[in-house]
Design a protein. Structure first.
Length: 259
């Protein structure tokens, strides 16, 4: 956007197509207001169309990113030349103003993090009676069912899956997963799929991982997942899970290998 001058933006918007009744009807002030209302209506209809298309057929993350960039670009361009369009006096904002006002720019960059892993589990409130954290094998099985059961059209984002499985994970692992995308989720979205877990088998992990201790164990959880989407198929997902005891007789997943 910075390659165009304010005058060029004014010419682009001045030559934008408007209905004849807006171009010719009323006073100059009325025409300006009608044009502004027309642009608002076009933006609103565009957002509604994108929302409807996404509901019918979930788009790929790359496609969604392009749509967001286009909408932001349209808004930034309108703010650039808005005073001139309304006939108001005032200085034009510098080219960097629109970019600096974007939400989230004041936040520090996210620290780099390795694949889904964490240290010792942080203290947490006592779990609900409906959540069984008494044994590592039970926690591993229930976590797999909660984490691999996914409905993208209803849940919309991968974070909804993380929150559903959060009672079985350490808080640090929940935060780690929330900061990263999941290729399996993206693949499921691209195929228009909904997944459900049929079976889960939990066994001790292999000898390449640390040995079990009274406070930390490793388990290999293997799930058979059924997917219904553009096509129906089944797949097997195997994850090595580190589980740690918080000292009060409860266990939680603290690290995942295979995600």
């Amino acid at each position: 956007m910075s390659d165009r001058s304010p005058q060029e933006w004014r010419e682009i918007l001045a030559n934008a197509p408007y209905p004849e009744e807006i171009k010719k009807g009323g006073t100059r002030r009325q025409r300006r207001r009608a044009k502004a209302q027309h642009r608002d209506d076009v933006r609103r209809e565009t957002k509604e169309w994108v929302r409807e298309q996404r509901r019918r057929d979930p788009i790929r993350p790359a496609g969604a990113l392009i749509v967001v960039v286009l909408i932001l670009a349209m808004g930034a361009g309108a703010r650039w030349v808005w005073p001139g369009l309304l006939g108001e006096k005032g200085s034009t904002a510098p080219s960097g103003a629109a970019a600096s006002s974007a939400p989230g720019d004041d936040k520090p960059a996210d620290p780099p993090a390795p694949s889904a892993s964490s240290g010792s589990p942080a203290p947490s409130t006592s779990p609900s009676s409906a959540v069984d954290l008494s044994t590592p094998d039970r926690v591993a099985e229930t976590f797999m069912r909660a984490y691999l059961t996914r409905n993208p059209p209803k849940e919309e984002t991968h974070k909804a899956v993380i929150q559903r499985a959060a009672p079985y994970m350490a808080p640090a692992l929940v935060a780690n997963l929330s900061e990263h995308s999941d290729p399996a989720w993206d693949r499921l979205v691209s195929r228009g799929g909904v997944s459900s877990v049929r079976t889960v088998a939990v066994t001790p992990s292999g000898t390449t991982l640390p040995v079990d201790t009274p406070l930390r164990v490793w388990r290999k959880a293997t799930a058979t997942v059924d997917v219904e989407g553009y096509t129906k198929y089944s797949e097997t997902t195997a994850l090595d899970l580190e589980l740690m005891s918080s000292g009060d007789g409860t266990w939680r997943v603290t690290r995942i290998q295979g995600v």
